[in-house]
Design a protein around this ligand. Structure first.
Ligand SMILES: Cc1ncc(COP(=O)(O)O)c(C=O)c1O
Length: 383
């Protein structure tokens, strides 16, 4: 069975019965809020997990598993992004959220500000406050129909006590994949103010034809010097529950510091997660290509359906990620339109920051029949 046949054959009832977060939190609605995909994972990942369970590999994280994961990620980064990463600079973490916490705790001072270009991945808005830091939201600006970072706004935020910029690329929720000029512009502003960048590249494997992911830390010695990069196989191979992300340390000072403080953060990475990540990055690449191909079809189909049936809704197909950012400001449903649409559970745009008022986020990593049903629900309310 091809990837497409397998994906298309999965029904909403089957997905609901399987019990993922996406399909169980709102049992009477189609799950389209959380960033989970409905396609399972690569056969190579499943096989590695089955073998590990059969071999009783359910103990603590071992240095050998960390090493295999680091080699696998370094090989993938080289092959996919042309990024040469020394294996000893790839460290395990349970998740990207923990990497963000580490960046805040280790690279910002109490009371300092974390700069969040918005709209942003929802939990990033609340974590800094719980760690005694402020958040400065800097809304993205639309330039020639594309959402871009506001360099002047970031500069002002750095002047106003901002010490760490969150740079999410590919971007959740807008789906933008930043080009070299945009990244260089950000690097110049941050460098001029002596700031740091937390580069969240969790969606890096999910980029569509016509665009390429450029790792921020790989851009120049300047970016390598101030970046703290986190990524994971969790989105592309749909294994977020396994808890194993990758931290990439791109300068000597961070590597030395991490060697003394990293253990507390690293130990949350699970053995099965490390095994799954190693399998994904090495033997899961063909499956990834098929998944990206299917998702490419989904973003195009969704754009066609929206243009055809929802002419008042703004939608630009994502350049990367399987997330869609719906501009519902002209449909008359107010600042929180997601709540007014029954039948489908979307993410409220305001949860992504003030800039998200009137928007909603939709997860497009779903079988195409379900994608059509999502549009049916939108059309039933909006038309
Ligand atoms: C941009 C972005 N960063 C981080 C996360 C969270 O990742 P993790 O589960 O590894 O903390 C997500 C999850 O959707 C995400 O989209």
């Amino acid at each position: 069975m091809t990837f497409t046949d397998d994906a298309d054959a999965r029904t909403a009832d089957q997905l609901r019965a399987a019990g993922s977060l996406k399909w169980s939190q709102f049992p009477d609605r189609i799950g389209a809020f959380v960033a989970e995909a409905d396609f399972g994972t690569a056969p190579a990942v499943s096989a590695a997990l089955h073998a590990a369970v059969d071999a009783g590999r359910l103990g603590y994280q071992s240095p050998a598993d960390v090493d295999r994961m680091a080699h696998a990620f370094a090989g993938f980064a080289e092959a996919h992004h042309g990024w040469t990463v020394p294996v000893d600079r790839v460290r395990p973490l349970p998740d990207v959220f923990t990497a963000f916490r580490a960046a805040i705790e280790q690279f910002t001072s109490p009371g300092a500000a974390v700069i969040l270009p918005t709209p942003a991945y929802m939990p990033f808005l609340t974590l800094p406050g719980s760690l005694g830091r402020r958040v400065i939201e800097v809304p993205l600006v639309e330039v020639d129909g594309r959402m871009t970072h506001d360099l002047a706004g970031i500069g002002r935020a750095l002047d106003d006590g901002g010490e760490l910029l969150l740079l999410c690329n590919p971007h959740n929720p807008t789906g933008r994949v930043l080009d070299a000029d945009e990244l260089s512009g950000i690097a110049a502003v941050v460098d001029a103010h002596g700031g740091r960048v937390f580069a969240d590249e969790i969606h890096a494997p999910l980029v569509y034809p016509g665009r390429a992911h450029l790792p921020y830390a790989a851009l120049s010695p300047v970016t390598a010097g101030h970046a703290f990069t986190a990524t994971s196989a969790s989105k592309a191979w749909n294994i977020p529950g396994l808890k194993a992300a990758q931290l990439v340390l791109s300068n000597d000072a961070d590597a030395e510091r991490w060697a003394t403080i990293g253990e507390e953060y690293e130990k949350g990475a699970s053995t099965l997660g490390l095994i799954a990540a190693a399998a994904a990055y090495t033997d899961g690449r063909d499956w990834l290509a098929e998944a990206v191909h299917y998702l490419d079809g989904n973003r195009r189909l969704f754009a066609e359906l929206v243009a055809d049936r929802l002419p008042t809704v703004g939608f630009t197909p994502p350049e990367g990620t399987y997330l869609g950012w719906l501009d519902l400001r002209d449909v008359g449903l107010g600042d929180r339109p997601a709540r007014a649409i029954p039948g489908v559970a979307l993410t409220d745009g305001l949860a992504c920051g003030a800039a998200g008022a009137g928007f909603a986020r939709v997860t497009l990593a779903t079988p195409r029949p379900v994608l059509r049903a999502i549009v049916d629900h939108l059309a039933a309310t909006i038309a």
